[in-house]
Ligand binder design. Structure first.
Ligand code: UD1
Ligand code: UDP
Length: 386
């Protein structure tokens, strides 16, 4: 049973769902919680699985406590009814936390995809840092995207044999969707193209207003086109729409479907984002990423030189973007940095580890991503059965 409810979970579990569907060893069931409604529905085609149950829990401006309670209840019921052998959750959303908790209560083992990310600050990002820490206490399989994430888990006492470094499935899906050639870029000019996304809860209100001011200042340059696919969250919209929608060089659009977002990312010159997934996708395509947050759990991108942690203070944002737009050497250094998030084969490794862990034979092969050629990254091949 794959449990997912938000846009990034659909993106990152889609290649796992496709690999499970293609394998004769597993019978997939996808449970969508509906934590997101429109933004999730845009993504569901990616999963390519027939058996799907939707809990439809989204309410406008849902409170975390209500959402959590409704999800534990709904997921507990569906797990009791369907009795899966295994529940797979991804990342650190409320859906992931409650999926793990409901499975734990029903004594069904949990596999955690994208395990081990940490900022070390319990309320930043809020509430995700707590969520992923709690999921680690409940999971039996921990699929860490990087060696650094695996090290976090070991340092918290997760046994070595339960931690597997696989790469991030976000790269699998990105390479797959670009190879389908189905998306189109939403940039409309040949100016310098900046792709912007903002949504984090810890930035709602003042910090987001400040960042919008920095974006306006940047757009006053005459040589840029800034594209903002706007998150559906009302707390985000009430700040960003009035601040950014009227500027002639800022285009605010509805959330793009995944093929179009990927094509737009591939066409951009610069990424400015607080998104976790976009921070990982940008280095995979050689796009410099300015991270508009005060902390990141994707430190590998910063260490590799592919991303820069800029913070939320307007002057720092404008300075960092200006430097990249005006200094070709600084730009090239970031654009040619190594992608630390994987080679596009994470899902295949995850399926092989699960097959071994559930004491089934390891599948001979899984569908490889077709193109473009990924940059090499060191990742462990599956060896150990638990
Ligand atoms: C959630 C996740 C966050 C993830 C983000 C990805 C939690 C606590 N947060 O944050 O980790 O990075 O998703 O985007 O799990 N809404 C819609 N339509 C949609 C989606 C959202 O109307 O398709 C609105 C609803 O009013 C909802 C609000 O957005 O109440 C916030 O959604 P919610 O899932 O609670 O949190 P996010 O801030 O989106
Ligand atoms: N994304 C998309 N359309 C958009 C914006 C983002 O398909 O308009 C995809 C993007 O490719 C990435 C994911 O959504 O894989 C990131 O989701 P989000 O930023 O909402 O969540 P986070 O990754 O921060 O949890």
């Amino acid at each position: 049973m794959l449990v997912l409810g938000t846009r990034p979970e659909a993106v990152k579990l889609a290649p796992v769902a496709r690999a499970i569907t293609a394998s004769p060893l597993f019978e997939p069931l996808v449970v969508t919680t509906g934590q997101h409604r429109e933004m999730l529905h845009q993504m569901l085609d990616l999963l390519q699985t027939g058996d799907r149950t939707d809990l439809d829990v989204m309410r406008e401006r849902q409170q975390l406590s209500t959402l959590t309670a409704r999800l534990v209840d709904g997921l507990g019921t569906v797990i009791r009814e369907r009795r899966p052998d295994l529940v797979v959750v991804q990342g650190d959303t409320t859906t992931a936390l409650t999926g793990a908790l409901a499975a734990f209560y029903e004594r069904v083992p949990v596999a955690h995809v994208e395990a081990g990310l940490r900022t070390g600050v319990l309320d930043n990002p809020f509430p995700e840092e707590l969520n992923r820490t709690l999921i680690a206490r409940m999971a039996r399989w921990h699929f860490a995207p990087t060696a650094g994430a695996a090290a976090h888990l070991r340092s918290e006492g997760v046994p070595e044999r339960a931690v597997f470094v696989t790469g991030n499935t976000v790269v699998d899906n990105l390479l797959w969707v670009l190879a389908t050639g189905t998306g189109r870029s939403h940039f409309t000019t040949s100016l310098r193209r900046i792709l912007l996304t903002l949504h984090r809860r810890e930035s709602h209100g003042g910090a987001m207003r400040d960042m919008a001011g920095a974006v306006r200042t940047l757009a006053d340059r005459e040589d840029v086109e800034i594209l903002l696919p706007l998150h559906k969250s009302p707390a985000v919209r009430e700040v960003l729409l009035p601040a950014l929608a009227a500027h002639p060089r800022i285009r605010v659009v509805e959330p793009l479907d995944y093929p179009d977002f990927s094509a737009t990312l591939a066409a951009c010159d610069l990424v400015m984002t607080d998104s976790g997934g976009v921070q990982e996708e940008a280095p995979a395509l050689g796009k410099p990423a300015l991270v508009l947050r005060t902390a990141t759990e994707r430190t590998e991108a910063v260490e590799a030189g592919a991303a820069q942690l800029v913070g939320t203070e307007p002057r720092a944002i404008v300075n960092a973007a200006t430097r990249l737009l005006d200094d070709p050497q600084a730009y090239t250094r970031m654009a040619t940095a190594e992608n630390p998030f994987g080679d596009g084969h994470a899902s295949r490794r995850i399926i092989a580890h699960l097959a071994a862990g559930l004491r089934a034979p390891v599948p001979a092969a899984a569908p490889p991503p077709t193109s473009p050629a990924p940059r090499p990254a060191p990742h462990a091949e599956p060896t150990a059965a638990r």
